[in-house]
Design a protein around this ligand. Sequence first.
Ligand code: COA
Length: 265
Amino acid sequence: MSYETIQIDRRDKGVAWIIIDNPPANAISEKLMTDLEQAADELGADPSVRVIVITSAHEKTFVAGADLKAMIQSGSQYAGNEAGIVQQSVRMQQCFNRFATLPKPVIAAINGHALGGGCELALACDFRIMSKGKIGLTEVSLGLIPGAGGTQRMTRLLGRAKATELIFTSKRLEPEEALQIGLVNKVTTPEKLVEETTAFAEQLAEGAVKAMGLAKRSIHAAEGPVEDGFIIEAHSFAQTFKTGEPAVGLDAFFQKKKPQFLRSL
Ligand code: COA
């Protein structure tokens, strides 16, 4: 199959790498979502693929989140089209959920910034191994909220107190801090990320991966239906566009200034 924004690399022992390559910052465009879904279909259906790793081709960034340029360009359309915005959020939730529901282990090898939707994609994976950059749900700093499953997955992973703190403050965590709170499973150096991720992926691949797939489904069931939360998240994401805050936050981001939300009152 052909892809524009990712490469697929099938390596030893049934470990397949999805390498995201959507310059300049691996923002989540419609094409990237289509490619990720196609990759989930292809690798999910291939019995020779036992474990999937998701990483980035870029030096500094794993995934920089939703495509903010596209969001600004379609600003007027967003302002008056709540159903359309809900659909955008649902679109990203469903794309990332493909990996959360794939009956095979999925590892995020985070080799740079994983912010906003980048953190949400990593949260949809079963394991997170990080070498450098910052990780966090940064949407509130832009007047938005996480709309690709982040409010649901971070709360389930870290608990309500920590998730509330991190989401409200939009904190960008260093790898070591993310490790301490359990947001990532392992931290390594940039030089060793591929080697250590490969060793862990191969260890999983040598195991009973079908049992892991079934355990994954059961673990999700233990947490209750995430889909209910997805609906509330998507509608809340859409309602942020009625507050006036995204206009302030997005404008400040591209002007490289601190957003002045107080003045937006
Ligand atoms: N959507 C669209 N474009 C983005 C983007 C995004 N989410 N994040 C970065 N870019 C673009 C920048 O505008 C810049 O484009 P330009 O070269 O045309 O000016 C380019 O990617 C490089 O970004 P820059 O900020 O200059 O690089 P950096 O290495 O200094 O910082 C990040 C990288 C990822 C830390 C920084 O870009 C960032 O904080 N991005 C936003 C992250 C975020 O809050 N995402 C949540 C979205 S809901």
